[in-house]
Design a protein around this ligand. Sequence first.
Ligand SMILES: [Zn+2]
Length: 364
Amino acid sequence: MAFNHPGYTEWLAAETKLDAMPPLKRPAASTPSSKRRTRKTSTSLTLSIEDFHQLGDFAEAGLEAVRLALERADKALSDGRVPISGAAVEMKKTGALHVVAVGQNGRIPPLPSEETGYPTDHGETAAIREIEDVSKVDWSQVVFATSLSPCVMCGAALTWLWSLGLRRIVVAESLNFSGTADMLAKLDGMTVVRLSSVKAQSMMMKFSTKYPWDWAADIGEIPPSDLKFSQSLEERSESLRVLMAKMQSLMTPKGHVHCIAAVVSAKGIHASAEDERSQSGGNETRSAVMLAMGQAGSQVNLRECVLVFMAPGTVETNLDDFGSVSIGACKLFRPAKVVVTAPPVDELRASLEGAGIPVLVADT
Ligand SMILES: [Zn+2]
């Protein structure tokens, strides 16, 4: 991944040191502090409507979406959280603006909180996940803004929204992180406005310097230190048989639920989730894989974990069941292995293995 942020460069230089750290623990300097200060959210974002001329009639919606995203990111930074946010604003036929969703990165949970963080909530996916029914949104009238150029997971999410009609994206900052903005701009009919917001750049810089561990973990760049569990799982091995036996009761779908996913390591089952797409208008950020990886929490290094995916009653594991945004999340967080209970279609296997993720079929 092309990633030239100074904070990231520092992290790369410190990789040997990070490698030696306990795998599931943030370095002390990176631990969210209960003494986090809060201050009034700054709205001095120096945005101008002229910056959005590419959006034509949707310029106002674009400006409002960026304003909301940066305002939320600024608040996040004040609270010691990750200052990366997303916002979707719809322009109604009357010209009125309607806020569809605003979301922020969930890696560091709010305080006080019992939560452990939600790694699949990036600015974009967090905003989308909170939409109750994505099928009720007229995406052709929406401008989606992000505070930072989308990663491969969020790029997959926005590509999926493009398939639903989204044609306008604004990226507040892509100078230091190219992300997937170029790829998104190539989608048929898509307009991507790329700003160089000094405010956004400053927030990213502050955060990555102060919390290099979280910054790196947020894009799957903390190296795994223990792969023994995933390596013990081989075709027809005893370890795989034991794992699938444990999964059996857990992974029996209830009622209409079709797909189930779980995040597992030598420490046990970190999280399991049933697919919620059918209850959310097909919201791809609520696929079983996205939910399980999110609920596993930020302390888990997904690169040391095995992702188990099951779609009972199917003879093959297809792309739709697994989910397009789920594939993006796997490419980003790179679980050590994906175990499926039915052979994957070629495209799914190629996508995962192309990202260096071995796929194992477990007979159940
Ligand atoms: Zn992302």
